[in-house]
Design a protein around this ligand. Structure first.
Ligand SMILES: Cc1ncc(COP(=O)(O)O)c(C=O)c1O
Length: 409
């Protein structure tokens, strides 16, 4: 008989990303010609993990206290200020005036998603997730005593808003509340980025569905927001739509220090909650502080203070933005190279705009994975697709990979 509690007996981390990523890393250590397009981290054209110089400078400037002392559970006022400055940018004053906001430090975007699931879903409620998704969402749901259903991500190459709407109304009927997850821009795994008009329609759907007072939580996973080829200003424009959401709607932005500042292993991120109703924000702060204390107590002071320093110091921030823009430009070059080479050999990809990944529909991903490994190429087989991490490989690799993938299929 298992010693595990009933709910834990079926627990098994089925995500192969970390496992296959570790295999690829080992193979590459033995043979540098191996292509490792597995784990979602950003590597330079000479194969090194990208770290930002401005972030390293800020690290050197931290005192022992800033690095090693306990952080407060929600994070310091300066961390919250840095988050709001970074996320809202030129719309900062507008947001402060028109909405209520609360920030909660979390270990990465992961902690932000987990906290949100645990406080806004009743036992057995379903979160509404995209059909192609970062698989960890399912585990966050189970761990927080909830379940999930999926909306069809694409119809005719665009966001399937009809299916999102249909599922929202079904969930409203079934459980009297809705928690919708949107991962935008640079969706993982497809790289899809919603258009401005899709954002307008989505916010209209949310307002219509919640007009009768139904609690509505929009979890906006913005992990890759700073790698959108359209640049900082453009990615923040759509956030302004949140200023006109109903009072019974709460938006939780899941911010990832892993992706924006390449602080993957430091484990720092945040929930940034926005609502037009102050009461939602007060209860958000209360319940999520409780959950954080119960799950991880507090995040790394080092991570939060690093982010505060980089963002609140004008000079460091300018330098950091320049570095980030350069990283983004290289990512765009890789994407263009991959997409062009795919077209040349007739390799189909799912709708892609930008980001760390490109996804290829595939009937037998596990078999193709094995064939690719024989040719020293490591990608991630996922359900009925192959995910290629272009953030981890070079422009030259992006040029030659589509042909090899096509051959292996
Ligand atoms: C879509 C998406 N959201 C959130 C995360 C969370 O990352 P972290 O917890 O490292 O911030 C990831 C990481 O890969 C991701 O791909």
């Amino acid at each position: 008989m298992s010693l595990l509690a009933k709910r834990s007996i079926i627990k098994e981390d089925k995500s192969n990303i970390i496992t296959l990523g570790a295999i690829a890393k080992e193979e590459k250590k033995k043979d540098p010609s191996v292509i490792n397009a597995t784990i979602g981290m950003y590597y330079s054209e000479d194969g090194k993990l990208v770290t930002y110089e401005s972030v390293n400078k800020a690290l050197e400037a931290l005192t022992d206290d800033e690095k090693y002392a306990y952080a407060s559970t929600p994070g310091s006022a300066s961390y919250h200020e840095a988050l709001k400055r970074w996320i809202f940018r030129e719309y900062y004053d507008e947001f402060m005036e028109k909405t209520f906001i609360s920030c909660m430090a979390t270990p990465g975007g992961s902690g932000a998603i987990s906290n949100t699931f645990s406080n806004y879903l009743n036992e057995g409620d379903e979160a509404l997730l995209p059909s192609f998704m970062w698989g960890n969402y399912k585990q966050f749901a189970y761990e927080n005593h909830a379940s999930y259903r999926t909306y069809n991500l694409f119809k005719d190459g665009h966001l399937d808003l009809d299916d999102i709407k249909k599922n929202i109304y079904e969930l409203k009927e079934k459980q009297g509340r809705v928690l919708l997850v949107i991962n935008d821009p640079c969706q993982n795994p497809t790289g899809y980025t919603m258009t401005d008009s899709e954002w307008v329609s989505l916010v209209d759907i949310i307002n219509e569905a919640s007009a009768d007072g139904t609690p509505f939580i929009l979890l906006h996973d913005m992990a890759y927001i700073d790698y959108d080829y359209r640049g900082f200003k453009s990615t923040r424009n759509n956030l302004r739509l949140y200023e006109k959401l109903n009072k019974n709607v709460l938006v939780v932005l899941a911010f990832s220090g892993s992706k924006t500042l390449a602080l993957y292993g430091i484990r720092i991120g945040a929930q940034v909650a926005i609502s037009t109703n102050e009461e939602n924000i007060k209860e958000f702060a209360r319940a999520n502080k409780f959950s954080s204390r119960a799950k991880w107590s507090n995040t790394t002071n080092l991570g939060a203070n690093l982010i505060s320093k980089v963002i609140l110091d004008k000079e460091m921030r300018n330098a950091f933005e320049n570095e980030l823009e350069k990283a983004r430009d290289i990512l765009v070059k890789r994407a263009l190279a991959f997409i062009e080479a795919s077209k040349e050999v007739g390799l189909e990809t799912l709708p892609f705009n930008c980001g760390f990944f490109i996804t290829i529909p595939c009937k037998n991903p596990d078999e193709v994975y094995k064939r690719l490994v024989e040719r020293k190429i490591h990608i991630i087989p996922l359900g009925n697709v192959l995910r290629v991490t272009i953030s981890a490989i070079t422009i030259e690799d992006c040029k030659r990979l589509p042909k090899i993938i096509k051959e292996c299929m």
